[in-house]
Design a protein around this ligand. Structure first.
Ligand SMILES: Nc1ncnc2c1ncn2[C@@H]1O[C@H](COP(=O)(O)OP(=O)(O)O)[C@@H](O)[C@H]1O
Ligand SMILES: [Mg+2]
Length: 290
């Protein structure tokens, strides 16, 4: 059997990973793929969006004895061709979220027959990989194509650089950094800076997605933009991104990426400013000059 298309999406919290995963998974399913979306975030927000706000059963529920251990006890059906499976997570301040992700990977490994019913796996992973548990999809060999979601903000770029560093470790052989999906925080951010950032890392730009109110509106209604505003530019952009991911699978080995050291990163962000000076800065400069 052909290896499934497997993408693992990483990025700083709040940068748009779940938005990306939900829309990509749905696009793949609408294109005829059999998709399993794996939500690796205690918030379970990807699934909530795809299950009309109904909280799914989770791997943590299984470990706590609240749910059975069969595949069907934990997988929820969202749309034709699209199922979801969530890790869940410990109570805030207790336990370890990364460990739940590793348990999810173990669970998948123990259910090869059920897993073979899918030709597409989409992992939505919390965090920027400072916790080893979040690397589990790569360590278990599920993740082949890593996609990084980042905005133009420094903290988000910092996380992106960290992720490239992990993905390009020699012991993650076979992992490919498919690209950075830039999900802009401010639409007037300097595009040349994000392009330069990706080029410096030796990673391609998979997409540049502007901020779009249709996405927030859809989220409030508990649906995707395909349902809320199918004509919105964001819908076409997600579809184009899904096509690109399908056509470029495994194309760029992680080992060819060139992560920066933290010092190099600081120099880069000092020399490449994503934001133009605000009018307040110009006024302050003028006052100082007087
Ligand atoms: N391109 C965008 N335009 C407008 N809002 C967006 C966009 N991408 C994400 N959002 C919103 O930003 C918030 C965080 O996104 P989310 O996907 O939950 O981030 P993450 O999963 O990385 O923590 C959500 O409210 C989401 O609807
Ligand atoms: Mg999320």
């Amino acid at each position: 059997m052909k290896a499934p298309l497997t993408i693992v999406v990483y990025g700083k919290g709040g940068v748009g990973k779940s938005t990306m995963c939900a829309h990509l998974a749905l696009t793949f399913a609408r294109g005829g793929r059999k998709v399993l979306l794996l939500g690796c975030d205690p918030k379970a927000d990807t699934s909530l969006r795809l299950l009309g706000g109904v909280r799914p059963a989770t791997i943590v529920d299984m470990v706590s004895g609240l749910k059975g251990t069969r595949f069907s006890d934990l997988v929820a059906h969202s749309r034709p061709g699209l199922d979801v499976l969530e890790t869940g997570g410990p109570q805030p301040g207790q336990g370890c979220g990364g460990r739940s992700v590793a348990t999810l990977c173990q669970f998948l490994e123990e259910h090869p027959r059920e897993l073979s019913g899918y030709d597409t796996l989409v992992f939505d992973v919390l965090g920027d990989l400072v916790c080893g548990g979040f690397v589990a999809p790569l360590r278990f060999g599920f993740g082949r194509d890593v996609y990084i979601v980042s905005s133009e903000e420094t903290a988000s770029l910092f996380a992106a650089n960290n992720i490239v560093r992990v993905a390009s470790e020699p012991y993650h052989q076979g992992v490919s950094v498919g690209g950075i999906i830039f999900n802009l925080r401010q639409n007037d951010a300097r595009r040349e800076v994000i392009t330069a950032f990706a080029a410096r890392l030796g990673v391609s730009v998979a997409a540049v997605l502007p901020r779009d109110p249709a996405i927030l509106e859809a989220e409030e209604l508990g649906v995707t933009v395909f349902e809320h505003a199918p004509g919105a530019a964001a819908a076409a952009r997600f579809e184009a991104l899904a096509r690109r991911i399908e056509s470029r699978r495994g194309a760029i080995p992680g080992a060819s990426a060139r992560p920066m050291t933290n010092d190099e990163f600081r120099t880069f962000t000092r020399e490449n400013r994503a934001y133009r000076p605000s009018p307040a800065v110009a006024v302050s400069k003028e006052k100082r000059a007087r």
